[in-house]
Structures are given as structure tokens and as C-alpha cells.
Ligand binder design. Structure first.
Ligand SMILES: [Zn+2]
Length: 279
């Protein structure tokens, strides 16, 4: 599932392609991708508008329009695709089984941006304002923003009795961290995922903050080299295993102390951690 670094890499790569372009036509091939909004709601409001800014908040990709905004959320498998023009889109997309799957396409005055999710969890929505989007308005401090300081994190931790792993996954505290990078951050900071957030001392909060920032920065670097290739439907981020130290390593020795890495279900997700050096 794309988390902050992946969506940030997508936003940075997309920006020069679509910023200040006009949306000539919105094609909704699979209306499930706009639910609970209707396809015509999204198409009617976005059509004819210019994309002023490409932005990201948490795991949301935002296309800020002259009036209102489009939000894209990739959930598990969503991705973006790029076509040279409407003709290429209609030729390559959705015609038969060997074609590219596209759910929603924004035909621009130059090029076509496709949104695709074969499993149909991903969503494209239009909002008059960001406040109307409940998923966006509940987001806490973005983990990549200047506002995300160790002091801010310490305050949020002190006010929560939740286990650290659940705390990090809750987008209303810190936005952008998902299952993979929460495991990684806790491993780097040497905290047990089940430890209560409010038991961290201020020095420990600083350690966690530093771990989060460096884990996300390293992952973002990896996501940008090579940058996303929207022309290739098979493309996905390569080499992330290079930056991962604990995620997906059940039974393998901890890279710090050698103890086998454990996996535990926590909040319905797999948590990977070292039982010896994460306290
Ligand atoms: Zn260890």
C-alpha cells in the first residue's frame, strides 16, 4: 500500500506533467472508483477546469483546481498512468483483457492522466473544498511538513494511551505513515510496538521523531530513484527492500542484535519487530 514516500514521489513526478493544464474531459470507465460520489458529479465539476497545484497530504494526492479539488487515494494497489492523447487512451485502455486497466481518465489539453486500481479500492473524488472531504479534514500533522517537530510529536504522544503502533497508524495524529514505515520507525527508535504512547519520555519522543523523519526521507529517496514511470502499467517502486530493516523479515535475524524478527497481528495488520532490542 502506498504510504507517504510513495505518494510524495508520485506527486513530484506528476507535477510537471499536469500543473497548469486544463481538464478537457473526464472519462469514468468504472464508476466504482468515484463512489460514494457519482461519476457525473466528478466529471461535471472537474471538466473544463485548470489544475493549479499538485499537492499531497498524508496518503492523499490532491489536484487543486480553479474551483474545488480532486482527491486521489490509492488504497492498496491504485496507480497512475499516462497516455499521449485521447486516441492512445481509447486504443490502450479497457478494450480487451490484454489492455491496460483504467478506471478514471482526465483528458488534458496535453496528455491524459489515468487512475487505475484493478481491485477497485482506490478512489477519485471531487470536492468544493478540502474541508468537505472527511478523510482529508481529519488528517493530523503531515509527517513531511515543517510543523512535524519533536515537540509536537511529544505532545501528541503524551495525550494518547494507545499502543505506539496504533498511534502511528492513526492518521489523525501524524498523517502519512502506514504499516510498513510504522514498523520501520519503531525498529529504528527501538520501541516495542505495544508500548503505550504516553509512556515515552521527552527524550524518547525525540528519538521516535528522528527515526520517523529519517525512515521517510530514505524511503522517499528510494522512491524517486528511479522516479515513477506512468507510461508503464507494470511499473512499481523498485528496491525498497534496500531501505527496509524489519518489515517482512519474520524469522530472519534482527540487523541490530541477531534475535529472530517476530510478526504479530496488531489492529488487523502484521507488525514486525525485534522482541529483544525494541523495548
Ligand atoms: Zn534486535
Amino acid at each position: 500500500m502506498p504510504e507517504l514516500p510513495e505518494v510524495e514521489a508520485v506527486a513530484r513526478t506528476l507535477r510537471p506533467l499536469v500543473q497548469s493544464r486544463r481538464i478537457r474531459c473526464v472519462h469514468v470507465f468504472h464508476p466504482i472508483a468515484t463512489k460514494p460520489q457519482t461519476a457525473s458529479h466528478v466529471a461535471r465539476h472537474a471538466q473544463g477546469q485548470r489544475i493549479l497545484i499538485v499537492d499531497r497530504k498524508g496518503k492523499y494526492l490532491l489536484l487543486i483546481l480553479g474551483h474545488g479539488l480532486l482527491t486521489m487515494h490509492f488504497r492498496l494497489d491504485g496507480q497512475l498512468l499516462w497516455f499521449a492523447n485521447g486516441k492512445e487512451l481509447l486504443k490502450r485502455a479497457n478494450q480487451n483483457k490484454s489492455n491496460v486497466h483504467v478506471d478514471v481518465a482526465l483528458e488534458l489539453d496535453k496528455g491524459v492522466l489515468g487512475f487505475a486500481d484493478r481491485r477497485h479500492f482506490g478512489r477519485v473524488h471531487f470536492w468544493e473544498s478540502g474541508e468537505d472531504c472527511s478523510g482529508l479534514s481529519v488528517l493530523g500533522i503531515d509527517a513531511l511538513s515543517r510543523d512535524f517537530t519533536s515537540g509536537q510529536l511529544a505532545q501528541l504522544l503524551a495525550a494518547s494511551k494507545r499502543p505506539l503502533k496504533d498511534f502511528l497508524l492513526d492518521q489523525s495524529y501524524v498523517a502519512g505513515i502506514g504499516n510498513i514505515y510504522s514498523c520501520e520507525s519503531l525498529w529504528h527508535a527501538r520501541f516495542n510496538p505495544r508500548r503505550r504512547a504516553n509512556t515515552l519520555q521527552s527524550q524518547e519522543a525525540r528519538r521516535l521523531h528522528k527515526a520517523i523523519v529519517s525512515v521517510l526521507a530514505r524511503a522517499l529517496e528510494c522512491c524517486l530513484h528511479p522516479a515513477p514511470d506512468f507510461r508503464n502499467p507494470e511499473w512499481w517502486f523498485q528496491g525498497l527492500e534496500r531501505v527496509l530493516r524489519v518489515y517482512g523479515r519474520e524469522g530472519k535475524p534482527c540487523r541490530r542484535c541477531g534475535e529472530p524478527i517476530r510478526r504479530r497481528e496488531q489492529g488487523g495488520r502484521s507488525t514486525y519487530y525485534c522482541g529483544r532490542c525494541q523495548k
